[in-house]
Design a protein around this ligand. Structure first.
Ligand code: ADP
Ligand code: MG
Length: 333
């Protein structure tokens, strides 16, 4: 049991980690609406509600078992899914360190069913429950058994900010999905509408004036085995006084997804930032989503490390730099 708890602690160290995993599950289930509710930074309540496929009643007792996954169906899946991190461990890891409730309804089921866990063990049996199509995972008292962990996470404002930040990243990555964050019963902290347009999401997140001239990015390089799409907010379209305001500085961000996971990649980050800075665009918001042939991505990176390596990293980076350069030149002229 100790080993299991240590493993869980490695993966889920703060509320935002749990939110990331739950969102990923909702997206895997084909959800088009995802609502995240948090109280006290997610420490007293953290809930992710989706309208995805739902879970079969008979599968409910399995979802919080370690290595329980419904997502490995073929070799092809295996190479796709194991590109990053661990499989079938997320829910188990969260359940291990909290009180967790799963309520889920498949479209073809007569009603929803729910199951509850406390510190990794099922409490009671499966019960019918109210609830619409989809899945709601409710996590109460995250790390309730670990005083030291709770103490380390006592800055609830910071934990809230991290949760909102991770949801915002997914919202930009998946403009076709509507994301909502509700915090401390104060109403809505973030709401993307799922219009399918990244520029709409950016507008909602950071203000229309920053984003109305956003540049949509798209690059396909079969030779280097990658595709990239993304968006860059072009603050240089707003001049002088405004360009110096502090809101703008907060908007400087570099968001990277590789094969649908938010990751970091130091080489890519520093080189693109250099390209932007050379154009006088040091405060640009840039989001890029790369799809790279999974066989070319290093799968041996530890699940908790989000730093990614892939083949021909320097060539890919250079190609992206060239592309951004061309896009910016074209836009300025
Ligand atoms: P993995 O996502 O790697 O399969 P998880 O521990 O995250 O492992 O989830 C375990 C299983 O629970 C999933 O494979 C899936 O079958 C089911 N599941 C979890 N969350 C949802 C959800 N929101 N909607 C539908 N099924 C889910
Ligand atoms: Mg998962």
């Amino acid at each position: 049991d100790v080993v299991r708890k240590i493993a869980a602690g490695e993966v889920i160290v703060r509320p935002a980690n749990a939110v990331k995993e739950l969102i990923e599950n909702s997206l895997d289930a084909g959800a088009t609406e995802i609502t995240v509710t948090i109280k006290e930074g997610g420490m007293t309540l953290l809930q992710v509600k989706d309208n995805g496929t739902g879970i079969y009643k008979d599968d409910l007792p399995l979802v919080c078992e370690r290595f329980a996954t419904s997502k490995l169906r073929s070799i092809d899946d295996l190479s796709r899914m194991t590109t990053f991190g661990f499989r079938g461990e997320a829910l188990a890891s969260i359940a291990m360190v909290s009180s967790l409730n799963v309520t889920s309804k498949r479209r073809d089921a007569p009603c929803a069913y729910q199951i509850a866990y406390k510190n990794g063990a099922m409490t009671g049996r499966i019960r019918p429950s109210a609830g619409g199509d989809g899945t709601t995972i409710t996590v109460d008292g995250l790390f309730e058994a670990s005083e030291s962990r709770r103490a380390a996470l006592k800055n609830h404002a910071e934990e809230s900010a991290r949760v909102i930040d991770i949801v915002a990243k997914y919202a930009v990555h998946r403009p076709d999905v509507s994301f909502i964050v509700m915090r401390d019963e104060r109403g809505c902290d973030l709401r993307s509408l799922g219009t399918g347009k990244r520029e709409d999401v950016l507008g909602v997140l950071y203000g229309d004036e920053l984003c109305k001239e956003a540049l949509v990015l798209r690059l396909n390089d079969p030779t280097l085995h990658f595709e990239m799409e993304g968006i860059m907010a072009s603050p240089y379209s707003i001049h002088s006084a405004e360009a110096k305001d502090s809101k703008r500085k907060r908007n400087k961000q570099f968001v990277l997804f590789i094969n649908n996971r938010p990751v970091s990649c130091a080489v890519l980050k520093s080189s693109t930032e250099q390209t932007l800075a050379s154009k006088g665009l040091a405060t640009t918001y840039l989001m890029m989503a790369l799809m790279i042939d999974p066989s070319r991505v290093d799968v041996n990176v530890h699940p908790t490390k989000d730093c990614v390596f892939f083949l021909q990293q320097d060539d890919v980076t250079e190609r992206i730099q060239e592309y951004l350069d061309a896009v910016l030149e074209a836009d300025i002229n």
